[in-house]
Every structure is written in structure tokens, then in C-alpha cells.
Design a protein around this ligand. Structure first.
Ligand SMILES: CC(C)(COP(=O)(O)OP(=O)(O)OC[C@H]1O[C@@H](n2cnc3c(N)ncnc32)[C@H](O)[C@@H]1OP(=O)(O)O)[C@@H](O)C(=O)NCCC(=O)NCCS
Length: 237
């Protein structure tokens, strides 16, 4: 049976973190650079991903989508996870009134998670690099402008190594591309090192639209990978 795609359940947050941890274990950025002590403290590496999920779960512009498989016992398991966000002013979040209490959920979750991270430190991480991705954001804002400001952006895609090469990754990318096509907006991703061909084959445009390490002083300048891909909105290529 092929991959089954659906929104993640609240009760699956830990499973999402487990899948991301396993998927990115050998990754240059999330593994070696951010989590050099992950072999000693694997549960803290998982906590990093759990905290990401816990914060963005409450952001109305973000969506966690899973691809499931059936294991040997016949139980449905999460094989892959895609964290998508909808950038720009015309997404559903933009339609929330200023008074809508859902606007408070993400800052409240972020504050709780920040406090917990202060008390329960991520021992797997290099403190100098733990927030390296967030520190690179100011260098990239100009890329998601003009006709590209409205976009479905793939924040993080991970398929558990036990289930790779079975079509889960492609199906999770297709989910976001379908939303983008339906809304006639762009679709975008920052590729990990070595995954460029995968994304091009998934339908992103062949040419690069930038690099995660670009700009003077960008902390990701020397990190391999990070090519930015778009599939532009129809008529805006
Ligand atoms: C990249 C990743 C998400 C792909 O997921 P997957 O479920 O293994 O991929 P699929 O089975 O859907 O592959 C679809 C196609 O891409 C190909 N493919 C998969 N990984 C590839 C890679 N690294 N380079 C080139 N092609 C690749 C497959 O062979 C397949 O080709 P086919 O349709 O012609 O048979 C998965 O390998 C992964 O989680 N990697 C570690 C984490 C990571 O780097 N995530 C991306 C962060 S930007």
C-alpha cells in the first residue's frame, strides 16, 4: 500500500520528533553542526524537534502533515513528516481578526518552550550553533517578496530511514504543491545538502533562487547545502 497523507494529530507530537531526529541524524546542519553531542544525549536531540513542533503547532499559518505506513504488526506508524507554512498576506491566518485569541497561542507556546529550554538545556546541542538557522533569517527575507511573498514554504521534511525511498517524501512535497496550485501562489523550500535532485524531481524549478548562507555575516555562509528552490505561481515565472 502506498503512503497515506493526513494532518498530524496532537497526540503524535512526540512521534513527529522521533521521525525528525532519525531522519536528520546524519545531516550536516541539524546533526553535526547543531547537535555534535547527539550520540551522548539522543533524547535531547529529540527534544529540539519536539520543541519546534510544540511552538509551531500553535501558529495558524503552519501545518504538520504526516505520511503513514503499516508496520509488521499491522499498526499504522508515522513514516514521514512535513512542516509546511503559508507565507504572505492572503493565507488563512491573515483572515483572523486582530482580536482573535488564536493569535495569542503561538507567542504563549513559544514563551513556555523558551522557559523549559532555559531550565532543561539541550545537552546534545552546541550552544553557539543551536539557533544558527534563526540567525540566518534576516539575510533571506528579501527572497520571499514580490510575486514570491505568497508561498507555501516547506519548513522541514523528514522521512524515517526505515521508510525512505518508498514515496513518502515525494507525497509530502506533493501535498504542499497542491495547496500552492489551488491558491495560485508559489511553493518554496531550502534544500539540505545532497537533496537538490530530489526536490527538482518533485517539481521545483530547476534553477536556484538563492542560498541559505548568502549575505555578509550570514552564520550559514560556510555550511554546505541550503539552495533555495521555488515553483513559481502560474504566470509569474
Ligand atoms: C529527502 C527525503 C525526505 C526523501 O524522502 P523519501 O521518502 O526517501 O523519498 P521518496 O521515496 O519519495 O523519493 C522520491 C524520488 O526521489 C528519489 N530520491 C530520494 N532521495 C534522494 C536524494 N537524496 N537524491 C536524489 N534523489 C532522491 C527517489 O529515488 C525517488 O525517485 P523515483 O520517484 O524516481 O523512484 C528523505 O531521504 C529524508 O528524510 N532525508 C533526511 C532528511 C532530509 O534531508 N530532509 C530534507 C531536508 S530539506
Amino acid at each position: 500500500m502506498g503512503p497515506k497523507i493526513r494532518p498530524a494529530l496532537f497526540s503524535e507530537q512526540r512521534e513527529l520528533a522521533r521521525v525528525y531526529t532519525a531522519a536528520f541524524w546524519d545531516d550536516i546542519l541539524f546533526g553535526d553542526l547543531i547537535h555534535p553531542h547527539r550520540k551522548e544525549f539522543p533524547e535531547d536531540n529529540e527534544l529540539y524537534w519536539l520543541r519546534q513542533v510544540q511552538v509551531y503547532w500553535w501558529d495558524y499559518t503552519h501545518h504538520f502533515i504526516v505520511s503513514t505506513a503499516v508496520d509488521k504488526q499491522g499498526t499504522e506508524v508515522v513514516a514521514g513528516v512535513a512542516h509546511w507554512s503559508r507565507t504572505g498576506a492572503s493565507g488563512r491566518a491573515a483572515r483572523l481578526g486582530w482580536w482573535d485569541p488564536r493569535r495569542l497561542a503561538k507567542p504563549a507556546a513559544a514563551a513556555c518552550v523558551k522557559l523549559s529550554a532555559y531550565v532543561y538545556r539541550n545537552r546534545a546541542a552546541d550552544p553557539a550553533n543551536e539557533d544558527i538557522i534563526e540567525r540566518s533569517y534576516p539575510f533571506l527575507g528579501h527572497i520571499w517578496t514580490g510575486s514570491r511573498s505568497e508561498s507555501w514554504y516547506l519548513e522541514a521534511l523528514g522521512v524515517h530511514p526505515d521508510y525512505q525511498n518508498q514515496g513518502h517524501g515525494r507525497a509530502l512535497v506533493a501535498w504542499g504543491m497542491e495547496q500552492a496550485e489551488r491558491e495560485r501562489v508559489a511553493c518554496s523550500v531550502i534544500s539540505a545538502w545532497g537533496k537538490e535532485t530530489f526536490y527538482r524531481n518533485c517539481g521545483f524549478d530547476k534553477e536556484d533562487c538563492g542560498h541559505a548562507g548568502q549575505g555578509d555575516g550570514n552564520p550559514l555562509a560556510d555550511v554546505k547545502g541550503g539552495i533555495i528552490f521555488f515553483k513559481d505561481a502560474p504566470g509569474k515565472e
